[in-house]
Design a protein around this ligand. Structure first.
Ligand SMILES: Cc1cc2nc3c(=O)[nH]c(=O)nc-3n(C[C@H](O)[C@H](O)[C@H](O)COP(=O)(O)OP(=O)(O)OC[C@H]3O[C@@H](n4cnc5c(N)ncnc54)[C@H](O)[C@@H]3O)c2cc1C
Length: 275
């Protein structure tokens, strides 16, 4: 979904930072009379007020931890078999200037996929799936401050990048990421003012939904592109009355496009109005 929309319309960046998107959605919800509560971890249905429908923005493993007891055993088993992708190691940089990419087009791109050759990309992705750290990782680099001056003081820049690493990896591979960018943008290292890195295991600890550091809600092979999290015509509804899933573990999968939530809401409305 992300790749399709990026190719069709470009890679969207939220002015002022991605927090602005969540803030805008929350403001709209409040306008409609909704209430937003944060810092409120939910460990069972008992933590929630009574409701006809509850939509969980969770992938199967954390979902099972919260509502496993409410679900029939056969469905629980199917969710338990859901597979996750490798994790990511993510690094954010403060830079003294724009990245001096050798390729001019990259100096004007919101996101650069630093892959090298096709063989290098394949080797890097294969390594993560096989539980190894690639020496030349395939790196995704976003350079938002090129388009949004509010992201950094005048003349300075911000950049974030990540690459796949084995699930639950505790290794900080930001030096490999830096070397990879330097290879295609000589002089990059000298621009680094500060960095903040997160290993996959840290991401998973901070975000329970990112199981093992998988930021895209589980495997996206041909089958799981559609059969998310299980093969069903209404994948957003669980067999338990009033319990729905609206996360990236439902179609059309990971990415900040909102369509999982949209279709989950449509399903919940249709089901609950019919009851
Ligand atoms: C570094 C990085 C860069 C990315 N870049 C892009 C990009 O450029 N474009 C793009 O489209 N996508 C991008 N993604 C992917 C995208 O962010 C995810 O696919 C998407 O956020 C997943 O959405 P989700 O609805 O499944 O759940 P999440 O966004 O993971 O939301 C789940 C929410 O549930 C909360 N939660 C979890 N457990 C509990 C609990 N027990 N009780 C209460 N609350 C709980 C979490 O705190 C979180 O707020 C990126 C992800 C990362 C990490």
């Amino acid at each position: 979904m992300v790749a399709l929309s990026a190719h069709a319309a470009g890679w969207p960046l939220v002015r002022g930072g991605s927090q602005g998107l969540a803030a805008a959605l929350a403001a709209y919800l409040r306008e409609l009379g909704g209430i937003v509560e944060t810092n409120a971890p939910v460990s069972s249905l008992a933590d929630l007020p009574p409701a006809r429908a509850v939509l969980f923005d969770l992938t199967p493993r954390p979902l099972l931890a919260v509502v496993g007891a409410e679900l029939p055993a056969a469905y629980r088993r199917r969710l338990a078999g859901y597979r996750y992708e490798p994790g990511v190691c993510k690094v954010g940089y403060a830079l003294a200037g724009p990245v001096p990419w050798l390729a001019a087009a990259c100096r004007q791109a919101a996101v650069v996929h630093v892959g090298g050759t096709l063989a290098e990309i394949a080797a890097s992705e294969r390594a993560a799936w096989q539980g190894q750290h690639a020496e030349r990782p395939f790196v995704i680099v976003a350079q938002p401050s090129l388009f949004d001056p509010s992201r950094a003081p005048a003349g300075r820049h911000t950049l974030w990048a990540y690459c796949h690493v084995p699930s639950v990896s505790t290794r900080d591979v930001s030096d490999l990421i830096k070397t990879r960018i330097e290879r295609f943008a000589p002089g990059f290292t000298d621009l680094v003012l500060a960095k903040s890195a997160r290993a996959a295991a840290e991401l998973a600890r901070e975000h329970p939904n990112f199981v093992g550091g998988d930021i895209n809600g589980g495997v996206r092979d041909w089958r799981r592109l559609f059969a998310r999290p299980t093969a069903s015509l209404t994948p957003y509804a669980t067999p338990a009355e009033g319990i729905y899933i609206c996360s990236s573990a439902t179609p059309p999968g990971g990415g900040v496009h909102g369509m999982c939530g949209y279709w989950a809401a449509r399903t919940a409305l249709a089901n609950e109005l019919a009851r």
